[in-house]
Design a protein around this ligand. Structure first.
Ligand code: GLU
Length: 489
């Protein structure tokens, strides 16, 4: 095993944004390709944003997508337990650890107590905005003496700890996606490291954790790019080697705007509930921002692991295109193991109004016949209906017109006779029956194929006729033909 170690460090917000899933995926692919380790860390230090069982949900959905971790929290018997030697992996359980390093930074002069009230900071920000300046702490508390600090604390004044950035310092780093990036400290805020509730901020916790957990690459969305100089400052102040940074392009909608919750569903959970396969979603998301060397578009997880590299991730935002996702998903529905697809269809099917229990191998045959015509699993039951209902329901006016054509009676009579003569409805029969009906009656083309289809299924389009015949079987075909002849013509 190489010493490469990556982490996915989500905040438990109650759902997993598909942009977050893509970050998780890229980290996973890279770690796996290099034979490294992958860590899940829950960043829950923002107590104001915590949502009920969000952490459990997050772990659960990640597991569902097939992204696995070598270290981190897992759910066992309904409870969160941790795997790995670098825990705890949930930040709210690491407060003592952060405190130690915050004290060290204050001690070494890299951080300071700040007693400014929220009102003062709000006012400061307003003034700065009004005068066209970038809002930034003005450093009022930077030069408090130890006596002043002690006195304020003794008086019970609330405070935060801020980092003490040096003036005019250049922070430069090599990002695996963006190349060389630099920031001047004059443009960076004296970031709060510890909030008044004693909780560390993200910036403090991320550096301590990445270091103590042995993380070699911090992979995250580009919205964190501007926090990198602050983190580099902390690495330096603590005497630690920084990780390699990898900032991924934002996932955008077709209008090149950030995909946000308001613009429809962005939760991984919602996509899966709609019947996208994890394989389809993962495959598609891999392509949002990354382009493989050849033109391959359909990948399974192992192929992605072999092919993926940050060097082919683009700097500009990746466009999330629902049509393309549908197409990729459809390819996976077609090629996946039929037993697996049928398992996924069953819950949807069980809810359908026509549902009755049937023999599993027959159900698989039906699912197999219709899966080529859908984008998502949820669309499959509607296409199966024709095989479940007694008789035939004409789906629309076109079907009604087709069935009323003059030749249909003769067609069905001859077709029925051929079926009656057949020993069984196998491939050979299903493939040859149309030819022999055509030879005998002279009926051909649409008049032959579509009319038979409508007579048997009520629909003008659908699965291959060969499949339909095999699924219905001898009795089924005859009963459908009898029904149509007696009731619909
Ligand atoms: N907790 C941050 C998030 O929610 C992670 C940022 C990072 O990976 O450094 O995205």
């Amino acid at each position: 095993m190489s010493n490469v170690k990556l982490r996915f460090a989500p905040s438990p917000t109650g759902y997993l944004h598909i942009g977050g899933l893509r970050t998780a995926l890229y980290g996973y692919l890279y770690a796996k390709r290099l034979g490294g380790k992958y860590v899940l860390r829950i960043e829950d230090t923002d107590q104001s944003r915590l949502v009920g069982d969000a952490t459990e949900k997050l772990i659960d959905i990640l597991e569902t997508t097939g992204i696995t971790f070598d270290e981190g929290p897992v759910i066992k018997d309904g409870k969160i337990v941790e795997v790995g030697e670098n825990g705890p992996y949930v930040q709210s359980k690491r407060l003592e650890i952060y405190k130690k390093y915050i004290d060290q930074l204050v001690e070494s002069g890299h951080a300071y107590h700040c007693f400014c009230s929220k009102e003062r900071l709000d006012e400061l920000r307003e003034i700065q905005k009004a005068t066209g300046k970038v809002p930034k702490y003005d450093g009022k508390c930077r030069s408090l003496t130890q006596e002043e600090i002690d006195e304020k604390i003794a008086n019970g004044e609330s405070y935060v700890i801020r980092m003490k950035l040096p003036a005019d310092k250049e922070f430069v780093f090599e990002d695996l996606v963006r190349g060389k990036v630099s920031f001047n400290s004059n443009d960076v805020d004296d970031q709060v490291l510890m909030k008044s509730d004693g909780f560390p901020t993200y910036h403090m916790a991320v550096v301590v954790d990445d270091h103590l957990m042995g993380i070699t690459h911090a992979v995250r969305g580009e919205e964190w790019l501007s926090s990198t100089p602050k983190q580099l400052f902390l690495y330096e102040a603590l005497g630690w080697e920084p990780t390699t940074f990898v900032h991924l392009p934002t996932v955008l909608n077709k209008d090149r705007k950030k995909l946000s919750k308001r613009q429809g569903d962005v939760a991984t959970e919602d996509f899966l509930a709609k019947g996208y396969l994890k394989e389809g979603l993962i495959n598609y998301l891999a392509l949002v921002g990354w382009s493989p060397e050849d033109n391959q578009e359909i990948f399974d997880m192992d192929e992605l692991i072999q092919a993926f590299d940050f060097s082919r991730v683009s700097k500009s935002g990746g466009i999330f295109d629902l049509d393309k996702l549908n197409w990729v998903n459809a390819q996976h529905i077609r090629k996946a193991d039929i037993g697996y697809i049928t398992d996924l269809v069953m819950p949807y099917l069980a809810k359908a109004d026509f549902y009755v229990e049937k023999d599993r191998s027959w159900v698989e045959m039906v699912v197999d016949a219709v899966r080529g015509n859908v984008n998502v699993i949820a669309e499959i039951p509607a296409l199966m209906k024709m095989f479940y209902v007694e008789g035939v329901e004409l789906e629309n006016d076109e079907a009604k017109e087709m069935i009323k054509l003059d030749h249909v009676k003769e067609l069905l009579a001859v077709f029925k006779a051929k079926v009656n003569e057949a020993e069984s409805i196998d491939d050979e029969f299903a493939k040859s029956v149309f030819k022999s009906v055509q030879t005998e009656t002279g009926i051909k083309g649409k008049n032959l194929y579509m009319c038979t289809r409508v007579a048997l299924t009520g629909c003008c389009h659908g699965p291959e006729m060969v499949e339909i015949l095999k699924i219905l079987g001898k009795e089924g075909i005859i009963s459908k033909i009898d029904f149509t002849t007696n009731n619909l013509i």
